[in-house]
Design a protein around this ligand. Structure first.
Ligand code: ZN
Length: 274
């Protein structure tokens, strides 16, 4: 198991973790709190656009870890599939503009479409975006989602499936994201983390509240749930991963609180339980 973290040098917050804040407020709040990394959700780019956001981020001195999120490739018509690919190409452009080295992919699913077909469309869609990503110097990362999201959010539900897709795509521009919330339950997790090896491009943390009251927006602070976060971090680091530990908490409960105080609670939980 990994040893406890001793400082905040590898701490990154996802802007959705402090969803009530604007991008400017996230930048100010994270900087004040000594949080060095930021992963930007596209909703936080929209009000001022990617270009202005890029300027704000460069001036801030924060490290932009990734852009969330691209994906949602499967669709029932060819026109919708093309639209999805175009949107992912826009996300790649935005990532380049804000200095994000990575676009995280929530791959998508369509209710009623066989999951194997959805995965085929996902692999095709990612393949269509690779030339743009290479030209922009931006990587694409497949984030497997917990199977409870296989209806509408992702047909890629285990790290094994993501690794299989990487083998099929066969491009160094594409890797995987390990998010403890989605994969902690998987008996093959350690083995598949070793298999992914240096293709692990990012690592997300939060905790699984018991009992969970909302399938999407009831994540909680590290240490408040049942995920073996530190053990999983140890597996990821044993592959040589030295990137940020990205705190990604969607929570109606936490969003309703004072966000500056929430950031301080995250910092405490980060050292104690991550
Ligand atoms: Zn995640």
């Amino acid at each position: 198991m990994a040893t406890s973290l001793v400082d905040y040098s590898r701490l990154c917050l996802h802007t959705i973790t402090t969803k009530p804040w604007s991008l400017a407020q996230c930048i100010e709040g994270y900087t004040k709190a000594g949080v060095p990394g930021i992963t930007i959700w596209r909703m936080h780019l929209d009000p001022q656009g990617a270009k202005e956001s890029g300027k704000m981020l460069r001036d801030s001195g924060l490290t932009v870890v990734s852009l969330a999120r691209g994906g949602f490739f499967p669709a029932t018509t060819a026109a919708e599939r093309r639209q999805a690919i175009d949107d992912n190409k826009r996300a790649i452009e935005e990532a380049a503009e804000i200095g994000a080295p990575l676009v995280v992919l929530v791959c998508g699913a369509v209710p009623g479409m066989p999951l194997a077909e959805a995965r085929r469309q996902i692999a095709d869609g990612i393949g269509s975006c690779i030339p743009d990503a290479e030209a922009a110097g931006v990587k694409l990362s497949i984030e497997p989602l917990h199977p409870m999201y296989a209806d509408t959010r992702s047909a890629v539900n285990t790290l094994r499936q993501a690794n299989d897709m990487l083998s099929e795509i066969g491009s160094p521009t594409v890797g995987v994201t390990v998010d403890v919330y989605h994969v902690w339950w998987d008996p093959e997790l350690d083995r598949e983390i070793q298999r992914a090896g240096e293709r692990i491009l990012s690592f997300h943390i939060s905790d699984w509240r018991v009992p969970t009251r909302d399938m999407l927006n009831d994540r909680t602070l590290m240490g408040e749930g049942c995920i073996n976060i530190r053990e999983i971090r140890g597996w990821v680091e044993s592959t040589g991963f030295e990137g940020f530990n990205e705190v990604e908490i969607f929570s109606h409960e936490w969003w309703a609180t004072d966000q500056a105080q929430f950031v301080e609670k995250i910092k405490k939980a980060y050292l104690e339980y991550s």
